[in-house]
Write a protein that binds this ligand. Structure first.
Ligand SMILES: [Zn+2]
Length: 131
């Protein structure tokens, strides 16, 4: 998306946690703990990914994008699909998106990345281009 910025990737943390799980130091019960709310969001607002669940390997993970920001008011803390994110990016100045991967079979879930969207990014970019 055009206004995407401040991208943080959580792949290292995910890999470290999975290493703990594979070695048995962390139980799958502890990491496969998606709440009913998250599972429901995955069903209705999630997008399929190409990544197979690293724990049960039975299905491909679903990505759920959660939005947070003061400007969003009551919509802050809700799950949004890609079309809604694109629309919101043109409506609001700034909000943060947290992408969580979820396995709807075993309930594995982990933060994948976070980033900021919103029209403030466009302005900043325009200013840079004009300099
Ligand atoms: Zn799974």
């Amino acid at each position: 998306m055009r206004t995407q910025r401040q991208v943080v990737d959580y792949a290292l943390r995910r890999r470290a946690l999975l290493a703990e799980v594979y070695s048995g130091r962390v139980g799958t019960m502890e990491v496969c703990d998606a709440s009913p709310y998250l599972l429901r969001a995955a069903k209705f607002h999630g997008e399929p990914s190409e990544v197979t669940c690293p724990v049960c390997r039975k299905e491909q993970l679903t990505l759920v994008s959660w939005v947070y920001g003061d400007e969003l008011k009551h919509a802050s803390g809700s799950a949004r699909n890609p079309e809604e994110l694109a629309r919101m990016a043109g409506l609001f100045e700034e909000f943060t998106v947290y992408v969580v991967e979820v396995c709807r079979t075993c309930s594995w879930n982990h933060l994948v990345r976070s980033y900021v969207l919103g029209t403030r990014g466009l302005r900043a970019r325009r200013r840079t281009a004009a300099e």
